[in-house]
Design a protein around this ligand. Structure first.
Ligand code: SF4
Ligand code: SF3
Length: 539
């Protein structure tokens, strides 16, 4: 196997035996085969569209497949093979004219055939290092698009511009393009990223209301509970409805924390609080939670034997041996098995941190609507010098020790600097008692990585208020990345023209020296160094 799509790629180069994430060689091959299959499907659907014979089912399946191949989503070979055969079935319902590429005609008879195909068509099938780098950068950006679009579709929306771009971009990787052409598609992916994030913001706020600034408890109550993690708000909504009046409480974990800020979700008294931190702590925190855990999207850490029977997956996630809650044919998904399971479990063990310098209440909900409603106060604080600088510290958390950099960086920031964040990166500093400036929290938490669009709107509103452009604002970017949604957010920032982004803890292994050169020369991208050096540059 060869996989280098995430920040934790082995030795900073790529995983070749088994993923650091726990992905087996066969699973890596099936994910590569799935990507190859949706490339063939895309090519056929683009050709079919020319005669009005395209298949509308292709777009959602492509999005789901891209999501399933994102880091820490699906470790279940049978489910991945199911997606491959679904993609091929749609592909083969389309006309064959103009499609002779192997990806458009190949068919597996068994899962072993698919594993073999994945082995032949994976990352290393492209020999030229720079072409490979640009193709993979595009595919990883597309995995981000697919993931965000999956949520858009789940909430009943669609955007043909997004699905057509996914198809065109996937198909483009089967052809020989010049470096300039490939760079142009990569940047276009960033433009589509902004669009899909905007669509998701509209879908979420229409369904659940605009997030409000909300304190969230981290200490558990005394009833048995269900822990829900990942990014899918619709799953949480349906779980809250079904647990109402059952005596079973609901807690959020990881990227589900921002759900507490939505009016439609926070109204449930049995949505008690947030339990634990970000995904790398799952083994310890899922163990001590004592009750069932619903994993809706990334990140899933391969569960330990001691609690694997309490883990349930749904949506694009999967793990062999874990119960999967399927889509509903109509109405809501059925979470009754989790509720019955919870009733047999003891309440969660309290692991909230109660120590000087820390807070056991997390302040969330600083999305665009809430922040723009106090925009005058923010602008005044900047004009009066109470806020001298903003540092965007959005992105992902990860398990490596070097991520302590972000805690130390947050602690060391001067008191007149405000952090803007979104994504699970915030767990490195969101329980530090960093205080407020004139009532404005020093950690402005816009929500999930899915909510990065809020940060864009906030930055654009500041630029308008100060009659300047994004790069002339007192805003610097110290982004932590791990998986491919973060790759898309980065491409989106580049599309918006943001310069001088600092990226860490390591630069992507899939960026070749020549491609890095393009990013440095055109956008001033740099790797983080030490807290001391980076503070001089950014704060
Ligand atoms: Fe390795 Fe990351 Fe790929 Fe997992 S997703 S196999 S950790 S590079
Ligand atoms: Fe986190 Fe997995 Fe990226 Fe949504 S949950 S930000 S890593």
């Amino acid at each position: 196997m060869f996989c280098y799509q995430c920040e934790e790629a082995a030795k900073g180069c790529g995983c070749t035996v088994k993923g650091v994430c726990g992905k087996e060689e066969s699973t890596a091959a099936l994910q590569d085969c799935l990507i190859y299959s949706i490339k063939g499907l895309s090519l056929r659907n683009i050709e079919a569209r020319k005669t009005g014979k395209d298949n509308q089912a292709a777009g959602p399946l492509i999005a789901e497949s891209l999501f399933a191949a994102l880091t820490n989503v699906n470790f279940d070979n049978e489910r991945l093979y199911g997606l491959i055969t679904d993609a091929i079935a749609i592909r083969d319902s389309l006309p064959t004219e103009g499609c002779t590429h192997d990806a458009c005609t190949w068919r597996p008879k068994t899962i072993a055939d698919a594993i073999q195909k994945g082995t032949e068509t994976g990352v290393l099938a492209t020999e030229n290092e720079d072409v490979r780098s640009l193709r993979e950068l595009l595919v990883y950006g597309l995995k981000g698009v697919g993931a965000y679009y999956y949520h858009v579709v789940a909430l009943g929306y669609q955007n043909d511009g997004v699905t057509r771009f996914m198809e065109e971009a996937l198909a483009s990787t089967l052809t020989d393009l010049s470096v300039d052409e490939m760079v142009a598609i990569v940047l276009k992916c960033g433009e589509i990223g902004v669009k899909v994030l905007e669509n998701l913001d509209t879908a979420n706020t229409t369904a659940y209301g605009n997030p409000e600034i909300t304190p969230v408890a981290t200490a558990p109550g005394t009833n048995p509970g269900i822990l829900i993690t990942g990014h899918d708000l619709k799953d949480l909504d349906e779980l809250l409805i079904q647990t109402e009046g059952t005596g079973v409480d609901v807690y959020t974990h990881g990227e589900m924390l921002p759900a507490h800020a939505y009016p439609v979700l926070k109204k449930y008294p049995h949505l008690i609080g947030n339990y634990g931190g970000s995904w790398p702590h799952q083994k310890k925190e899922f163990e001590s939670f004592n009750g069932p855990i619903l994993v809706t999207t990334n990140c899933l850490v391969p569960p330990a034997e001691s609690y694997i029977d309490r883990v349930y997956t749904t949506g694009p996630t999967g793990f062999t041996g874990v119960t999967h809650i399927p889509e509903a044919k109509e109405g809501m998904k059925d979470f009754s098995a989790l509720i019955a399971h919870a009733k047999t479990c003891t309440p969660p063990t309290d692991i909230s941190v109660k120590a000087d310098g820390y807070t056991d209440t997390l302040t969330i909900g600083c999305a665009h609507h809430a922040v723009l409603s106090i925009a005058d106060a923010v602008v005044d604080a900047v004009k009066q010098g109470q806020i001298r600088k903003f540092v965007v510290m959005a992105g992902c958390d990860g398990r490596q020790k070097e991520r302590e950099y972000y805690t130390e960086f947050a602690k060391a920031l001067p008191k007149d600097v405000v952090i803007l964040t979104a994504g699970c990166a915030k767990y490195r500093y969101n329980n530090l008692d960093l205080g407020t400036i004139g009532g404005i929290p020093r950690v402005i938490d816009a929500g999930q990585c899915n909510d990065c669009y809020s940060l864009v709107l906030i930055a654009q509103a500041l630029a308008e208020a100060f009659e300047t452009d994004l790069n002339s604002l007192p805003v610097s970017y110290n982004i932590a990345w791990y998986e491919q949604k973060a790759v898309l957010v980065l491409l989106s920032l580049l599309h918006l023209g943001v310069q001088n982004i600092t990226l860490g803890p390591k630069l992507p292994a899939f960026i070749s020296p020549a491609v890095l050169n393009v990013l440095v020369e055109n956008f001033g991208i740099r790797a983080n160094t030490t807290v001391e050096e980076d503070l001089k540059l950014m704060a």
